[in-house]
Design a protein around this ligand. Structure first.
Ligand code: G3H
Length: 260
């Protein structure tokens, strides 16, 4: 029998809570209302998402508490940065802080933490320092961290090139993150360069709502085919007419037919 440290075992168990046996995951992001303006509708739509059995949900403190029962079978990825309602997708300047300690996150049942990193932004040192500090602290209690890496462009006009997204993902991993969430820089095939460059699993974020669900499901399939570990979609799921069915379709796209 081979023993691992207690915190190592804790991290392993928590990572298993947010990934399937195949090492892939369908995360649903429901944390928008705290910092991105419009957020997911409460009540029945939340229960609908939960009924689709996402592998994990990216949630705020409130949603983690309010829907603890509904999402008990999905891993909880707690948003720990924020404190400004102007963070959005493209911050003019970094106004974010760390809101919760790792102990508080454990109390609410977090299996993982999520926070943003903006490498290549003019004030990148703020978010990258926060990320590194939280990763180091979370490591001491065996709590994984998902870094949402949004490249700022390193002074160039077009920030989301394949090279920049791959570089951003790698930076997140180097600073200590266990999972990277980042954008797909173009067609899903291009995610291969991002996944290959990164030593930890990378999942693709969703972005604004698409008109066609078939296309969204095809993107999820393409991400996995390109070596991505899955998807973390928000608006496209909670904005769907039938969120439960969409989560099931995404599960099938990411994990294969028996998972749907
Ligand atoms: O955690 C929040 C997400 O980054 C936003 O998700 P979304 O772009 O798929 O709506």
């Amino acid at each position: 029998m081979q023993y691992t440290s207690a915190v190592g075992a804790g991290k392993l168990r928590r990572l298993r809570r947010v990934f399937g046996d195949d090492g892939r995951s369908v995360f649903v992001a429901i944390d928008h209302a705290a910092y991105m303006g419009e957020g997911p509708p409460l009540g029945e739509p939340m229960r609908e998402i939960a009924a689709g059995r996402p592998d994990g949900v990216l949630a705020t403190w409130h949603l983690a508490r309010a829907y603890a029962g509904e999402f008990a079978r999905s891993g909880l990825v707690l948003r720990v940065d924020g404190g400004s309602s102007e963070i959005g997708e493209f911050p003019a300047g970094d106004t974010s802080s760390i809101l919760y300690t790792v102990e508080e996150a454990l109390k609410v049942g977090a299996d993982c933490l999520v926070m943003l990193g903006f490498p290549g932004a003019p004030d990148e040192e703020k978010s990258l320092t926060r990320l590194a500090r939280v990763c180091a602290e979370a490591e001491t209690v065996g709590l994984p961290v998902m870094a949402e890496m949004i490249p700022g462009g390193w002074g160039r006009a077009v920030p989301w090139t394949v090279e920049n997204v791959a570089r951003a993902a790698r930076i997140g991993a180097e600073l200590g993150a266990d999972i990277i969430k980042t954008m797909c820089p173009g067609p899903p095939e291009e995610f291969a360069a991002v996944a290959e460059a990164c030593p930890v699993p990378v999942v693709a974020l969703g972005g604004p709502k698409m008109d066609n669900e078939d296309e969204l499901v095809a993107v999820a399939k393409g991400i996995v085919a390109a070596g991505g570990a899955g998807v973390a979609f928000g608006r496209n799921v909670w904005g769907a007419e039938k969120p439960r069915q969409l989560v099931e379709r995404l599960r099938e796209a990411v994990h294969g037919p028996e998972a749907g």
